[in-house]
Design a protein around this ligand. Structure first.
Ligand code: C5P
Length: 452
């Protein structure tokens, strides 16, 4: 069967330049982002380096600041930056070493000096169709075909950046099709119901997040009883009738809390399963995410490189992380979300949870008409996360541009993807930032309306 996706020459030629550069060096400095896609990217890059017999030093960081870049050892020969870098080309170009950037965030420009591998430069949307880890995997197989065995690691990043929720496309789809032919990956149907023991799965679920069930053993027990399912039951043991009843009850609860049909369809999305890891991509992503968000990126990287102890460590971290997320969500539900004309926002105390709290609020119970913003204070600064929906993007909203512009107005920085972006602003400037953002989002919508 012919592949349904053709990879653009521009992407392949950049990958081939990066591959040739790698051959010239025996030691590599790797800097990657700290989230699931960043850890997954670092896993793929470091796995490639290990197999190629290169020495490396890897670091994962929350953001690629001028400080991080200035601290790169002057003796470094080759620096590989993954899941970041496209917005920091000015600083990276000033480094004396060779630099390869493998990123998927919308770049403001290309580079002559840095080997800049970004799917956007080849007309592939990096927000939906190519994670940074997918770009790194393409590099990995260009270096050595045997690196197809790193595909599960790469899919952790694809799922972590939620590029699986509307079906695969672009580079992600190409990797899936090729990997499926090789028997490395399988597509399996998804479900509203959690896999494994139902009570535990329902209580720990944030995707879907069901108010009164997620985070509540009492609530989850009552739901199972209503569906005629024993509290100790496992998904695999359910009769079709029980499965239907439980799914319908969950769907009704979600509808009652304002979750739209489009989100429900996303929840029952196809899952990508790796027989060699006995795990699906979402599961791996949640482990990587728990490592990154709890400042244990190195555990995530070791797990990606196949360390079994690290995998057990990541499972423990996920337990702690998931109860923190559920507590955080409970607070958002109880305290409510403040509304401005064009945005909704809330404060949270745990910076590591910002992205997930913001995303779940947007997807499952927030106002669908307004992008969700969360703010968290840290030493002298306020970190901001924002999440939108595809419907909001259709109405002209671009959160990367809006956060970048609004943060710049108050002396901060911001960027990311149209649907999920972040910013940092000086403490005390947050009200001014929110006002600027509210206005900018209003202007984006008005511009789209005027153009329609
Ligand atoms: O931190 P959070 O998960 O909310 O970030 C969402 C997206 O915004 C990420 O892809 C991140 O890399 C990007 N971001 C950025 N510049 C910032 C903060 C976040 O590009 N200052």
């Amino acid at each position: 069967m012919d592949p349904s996706v053709q990879l653009p020459d521009k992407l392949l030629s950049r990958i081939s330049i990066a591959t040739k550069e790698l051959e010239r060096f025996s030691e590599v400095r790797v800097i990657s982002h700290y989230d699931a896609d960043g850890i997954s990217s670092a896993g793929v890059v470091c796995g490639t380096l290990l197999r190629a017999g290169k020495r490396f030093h890897a670091t994962m960081t929350k953001s690629l600041t001028e400080k991080v870049i200035s601290e790169v050892d002057p003796d470094t020969e080759l620096l590989v930056v993954s899941d970041m870098g496209s917005s920091q080309l000015d600083a990276l170009e000033k480094l004396p070493c060779k630099v390869i950037v493998m990123d998927h965030h919308l770049p403001l420009r290309d580079s002559e000096k840095v080997v800049h591998v970004n799917p956007h430069l080849a007309n592939i949307d990096g927000m939906t169709s190519a994670s940074a880890s997918a770009v790194c995997e393409l590099f990995a197989i260009s270096v050595d075909e045997r690196n197809w065995d790193l595909l599960p690691v790469a899919f952790g990043g694809i799922a972590g950046d939620r590029q699986t929720i509307r079906g695969l496309s672009g580079l992600n789809k190409w990797l899936f099709e090729e990997g499926a032919k090789k028997g490395i990956i399988e597509a399996r149907p998804g479900s509203l119901l959690p896999d494994g023991p139902l009570l535990e799965g329902l209580v720990n679920s944030t995707d879907p997040y069901v108010i009164g069930i997620s985070g509540s053993e009492e609530g989850a027990k009552a739901l199972l009883e209503e569906a005629g399912v024993p509290a100790a039951a496992d998904l695999a043991s359910l009769k079709e009738e029980q499965r239907m009843k439980l799914s319908s009850l969950l769907a009704l609860k979600l509808a009652a809390q304002g979750t739209p049909m489009s989100t429900l369809e996303e929840v029952v999305r196809e899952r990508y399963y790796f027989p060699s890891w006995k795990m699906d991509a979402e599961n791996l992503a949640s482990l990587m995410n728990a490592c990154g968000r709890s400042n244990n990126e190195s555990t995530g990287l070791a797990m990606a490189l196949g360390d079994r102890d690290a995998m057990n460590g990541a499972r423990e971290l996920r337990k702690g992380y998931s109860s923190e997320v559920l507590e955080g969500l409970d607070k958002v539900v109880k305290n409510g979300v403040s509304k401005a004309e064009n945005i909704q926002y809330f404060w949270n105390e745990n910076l590591g949870l910002s992205g997930i709290l913001c995303g779940v609020t947007m997807q499952y119970f927030g106002d669908r008409d307004k992008p969700t913003i969360t703010l968290a204070a840290t030493n002298g600064e306020v970190k901001i996360s924002s999440r939108g929906t595809f419907e909001l993007l259709d109405r002209g909203i671009d959160l990367a541009a809006a956060l970048r512009e609004s943060a710049a107005k108050v002396g901060g920085v911001g960027g990311g993807h149209k649907i999920a972006s972040g910013a940092t602003v000086p403490k005390g400037k947050e009200e001014e930032f929110l006002d600027a953002l509210d206005k900018t989002i209003g202007e984006q919508k008005a511009q789209k309306k005027a153009a329609a």
